[in-house]
Write a protein that binds this ligand. Structure first.
Ligand code: MN
Length: 313
């Protein structure tokens, strides 16, 4: 029943590019619950490359969930939030109708290792106000395992972070050779991402950056760690039940939603001379706002493909 989703390497581009290992979306599976995007990266030695420097860019129709294993990243957004993303602490940014943000690692961060996740907002809530939540879950532990539950409920702990659809997000560390049976909500589908080590999920062996998909109708997930143990992210939610269109940093329902979002971003970052203008100078606030205190120039949207964007189901 368990299905192995293997990662593909994606270079993120830009002058200080990192390569990430992406398991969502894939051609045959776009969503697990409302989780619609999963990039796993590192550990990357970034002291010589200058670290992560992601200038202001827009989002709509989604929430970003940042989870780090090593390093720190400073988040700034157009709703006025400034926060550090730290290992073991979740930062959840709600774009709602529109937000822009920057992500920059401080000079002290020499190694970056983490996961960047997106959650699709349901149609009824995708035009909501932008927002931001931070939570540092306490570690819980049992026989052969330790966990931090950052969204939803697992293994007796519940995150206080509010979500628009039921969601699960947790880091789970298994001792070498440990067998752990994790009770789960049978109305949820789940994904088990392997960060370190190896694990058997049901009957299926998974290793670094693999995502093991577990369908609904399961009351427990049986995990057996390999000889080096395993560090995992366990994600889940009830099947989303809506089709979405995803392109660049936007989630919408139609091709025209995306065209509109792209045009709104381009118009607010383009000066009279057609050049991208520097944030904090003469950028119009617009739908995606302005990131205060961030001198980096905003990132222009790429060109749209010639074909109409396809709905993902
Ligand atoms: Mn972003």
């Amino acid at each position: 029943m368990v299905e192995l989703m293997t990662p593909r390497e994606v270079p993120l581009g830009g002058p200080r590019a990192m390569t990430v290992r992406r398991t969502l979306p894939q051609r045959d599976r776009s969503l697990i619950g409302a989780w619609c995007f999963l990039d796993h990266y590192g550990p990357d030695e970034v002291s010589e490359s200058g670290g992560m420097v992601v200038a202001p860019h827009p989002h709509t129709g989604l929430q970003t969930v940042s989870w780090l294993f090593t390093g720190e990243i400073e988040h700034r957004d157009s709703a006025g939030n400034v926060a550090m993303v730290r290992p073991g602490e979740v930062n959840l940014m709600t774009s709602g109708r529109g937000i822009s943000h920057s992500e920059v690692s401080p000079p002290e961060t020499t190694v970056l290792h983490g996961a960047q996740l997106w959650v699709a907002l349901p149609d009824a809530d995708r035009h909501t106000d932008p927002g931001f939540q931070h939570h540092a879950p306490d570690e819980i532990a049992g026989d052969g395992w330790r966990a931090r539950v950052f969204l939803g409920s697992l293994l007796g702990d519940t995150s206080p972070v509010a979500t628009f659809t039921p969601l699960l997000g947790a880091e789970l560390v298994l001792d070498p050779g440990a067998t752990v049976v994790v009770p789960v909500d049978e109305t949820f589908e789940h994904g088990v991402l392997v960060d370190l080590g190896s694990v058997t999920v049901g009957d299926l062996a998974a290793t670094r950056s693999d995502l093991a998909y577990v369908p609904t109708g399961v009351q427990e997930i049986r995990l057996v760690a390999g000889a080096d143990g395993a560090r995992l992210l366990v994600l889940g939610g009830p099947p989303f039940g809506e089709s979405i269109v995803m392109w660049w940093n936007f989630v919408g329902r139609t091709h025209d939603d995306i065209v509109g979002a792209r045009a709104a971003w381009q118009s607010q970052i383009t000066g009279a001379d057609g050049e991208t203008v520097g944030a904090g100078h003469d950028v119009a606030a617009g739908r995606f706002g302005v990131v205060p205190g961030q001198p980096l120039k905003p990132i222009p949207a790429p060109a749209l493909p010639n074909a109409r964007l396809k709905e993902r189901h």
